[in-house]
Ligand binder design. Structure first.
Ligand code: ADP
Length: 239
């Protein structure tokens, strides 16, 4: 029988490895509906590997990741780290956004409801007027909005973002955080975000997961800010 959880997502004693080398050991944490969880930690601490595991792109070597019965990894809208390949994608904004609908139905062809969903998400992110433009000709901020609209097409009520503001200028970064805050507060979207942006994590997150190849802290943001882990992390950054 499949294990159940009272949370939206629960990680129980999860270990993750590459070729037998453990990169995240015995992680325990959970995500509830409406949370804004920031995953922080140094490079190499296991954040992206955990993201892959949450998306079922990587098998856990021990433990289990349990989803609430009405969700599953397929209902997570994923915004990956920006890559040069993505930036040069030879498709229109509409096609990029619509591709987020793939996998949400059994049909390989976009249905009318997929098209309406894509249109709604482009409007929601203020890119409806550039739907016909080629993705690679857009500014970094517009590209990131298009990719967020794509993730929203795939999302049930969970967005998973890996460094969503990396490489964006400060104005576009602020705008991105405003959009995410609005989705979280006004639409109840659950947000899980890997972030190197310490200030933003402390400002927007309701919960923090701090990794250093194991869980060093998991809990409410305010408790984290009182913790030794936060003190050490802040000192290392001269805060
Ligand atoms: P973070 O996202 O926190 O920077 P990662 O999850 O990318 O950390 O990496 C954790 C560890 O796993 C690092 O030591 C990294 O070198 C290693 N690692 C990541 N991806 C692979 C891979 N595909 N094969 C082998 N080792 C990997």
């Amino acid at each position: 029988m499949k294990n159940k959880t009272t949370h939206l997502i629960e990680c129980k004693n999860v270990s993750l490895s590459y070729d037998g080398n453990c990169v995240l050991e015995n992680a325990n944490f959970y995500v509830d509906r409406g949370d804004y969880l920031c995953i922080v930690g140094e490079n190499g601490s296991g954040k992206s590997t955990l993201v892959k595991a949450l998306l079922s792109l990587k098998k856990v070597s021990q433990g289990e990741i349990i989803f609430a019965s009405d969700v599953g990894c397929k209902k997570i809208g994923y915004l990956p780290q920006r890559t040069n390949v993505q930036k040069d994608f030879p498709a229109t904004v509409r096609e990029v956004v619509l591709s987020g609908c793939l996998g949400t139905s059994l049909s390989p062809i976009w249905s009318l409801s997929d098209k309406l969903k894509a249109d709604r998400n482009m409007e929601r992110l203020g890119i409806g007027d550039i739907a016909g433009r080629c993705f690679r000709d857009l500014s970094g901020g517009q590209q990131q909005r298009a990719l967020l609209a794509r993730a929203l097409c795939a999302a049930g009520s969970i967005l998973l973002l890996d460094e969503p503001t990396a490489g964006l200028d400060p104005i576009v970064t602020k705008e991105m955080y405003r959009i995410l805050e609005e989705l979280n507060r006004e639409e109840g979207m659950t947000i899980i975000m890997v972030s190197h942006d310490f200030d933003a994590a402390m400002r927007y997150a309701t919960k923090i997961l701090h990794l250093e190849r194991s869980v060093k802290f998991f809990g409410a943001r305010d408790e984290y800010m009182e913790s030794d882990v936060f003190g050490r992390w802040g000192n290392d950054r001269g805060l």
